[in-house]
Design a protein around this ligand. Structure first.
Ligand SMILES: [Zn+2]
Length: 323
């Protein structure tokens, strides 16, 4: 049967603005992402699905590209319908939100923020990161997928794991047409942030999210993706070009940081404030992720030294005398 892809654009309470979710009318009526848990998004969602002749109850499966609230929250509104949720294993605890997960989540951010030297803004950062979860959902994932899997009722599409923006981020790829439904992997008007996120429960090591993200961006080139249906903003018709641009911008930002720490050793938070003087306080999570990611990149290239002073990490250019 011939399939059709529809895009619904829903409001979110976040700085990123509207989110796009995609309805694929294939053998199974499949939704990719669903929107944040707000009344406003729900009203919009229902009205847009009815506009194209379907009802909410017709949805048979929902594939969640990643666990961020603007993509999953509304799942709470349809979870009692006869619908199955599909996602990567990493996302299960994020979508379950039980005490074990919340403890793991909070302990991870406590540690990373302490190491970054955030001090008096620690509480603010923790409450920002916690408040975000209010717009998420509490659901059980019915089908766990992984790299290369096909999804029942969606012939011709495969799962590509594209971690970086989020741990447990997947994209759906239709090889015959070069279409990628990419969640927040590639967005036209903004560079997607490689957010600091905890490893799976039971794993100690912090994921190096920008390094992962760069590998996942290269996948777009490797698979010769022709068009990306993005989670925010317009359709991307030149993904290979855009990806190259993003990779170069990241290298430039890393070089900028390197010049900041040529003469003095700075904590992650000091660097964050210098990189984003006007927005760091409003967007602590995003700006610190951006900073730490680029420090990871410099460290992976062996360009910096890191020193732990009383639990806070200080970074300086390799060979420069630390203070
Ligand atoms: Zn996201």
């Amino acid at each position: 049967m011939s399939e059709k892809i529809y895009c619904f654009t829903l409001p979110t309470p976040f700085t990123v603005g509207d989110v796009n979710v995609y309805l694929i009318a294939a053998e199974k009526l499949t939704l990719v992402d669903i929107g944040p848990k707000t009344e406003e998004a729900w009203v919009q969602f229902r009205s847009q699905i009815e506009d194209i002749g379907y009802r909410v109850e017709d949805i048979e499966q929902v594939i969640l590209t990643h666990h961020h609230p603007d993509h999953v929250g509304l799942a709470d509104y349809i979870k009692n319908e006869d619908v199955s949720f599909v996602s990567l294993a990493y996302n299960l605890p994020w979508l379950r939100k039980d005490q074990e997960f919340l403890t793991h989540h909070d302990q991870f951010y406590e540690k990373v923020y302490t190491e970054m030297g955030i001090q008096q803004f620690h509480k603010k950062a923790m409450s920002q990161i916690r408040r975000y979860l209010d717009y998420s959902c509490t659901i059980t994932v019915d089908t766990v997928v992984q790299e290369g899997d096909e999804i029942a009722g969606l012939t011709g599409w495969i799962v590509l794991e594209t971690p970086g923006h989020a741990q447990g981020h997947l994209s759906l790829f239709k090889k015959s047409e070069g279409i990628l439904i990419g969640g927040d992997h590639v967005i036209k008007h903004i560079s997607s942030n490689a957010l600091i996120e905890p490893p799976p429960i039971g794993v100690e090591e912090r994921p190096k999210t920008l390094l992962q993200y760069r590998e996942s961006l290269k996948k777009v080139i490797e698979y010769n993706v022709k068009v990306v249906y993005a989670g925010h903003g317009e359709v991307v018709y030149n993904p290979l070009e855009l990806v190259q641009e993003r990779l170069i911008k990241q290298e430039e930002r890393a070089e900028r940081i390197l010049s900041m720490i040529e003469a003095e050793a700075l904590s992650g938070f000091d660097i964050c404030k210098r990189l984003f003087p006007s927005i760091f306080l409003k967007e602590l999570g995003l700006t610190m992720s951006e900073t730490l990611g680029h420090l990871d990149l410099l460290e992976s290239e062996n360009k910096i030294d890191v020193e732990n002073k009383n639990g806070v990490l200080f970074y300086c250019k390799k060979g420069a005398a630390s203070q």
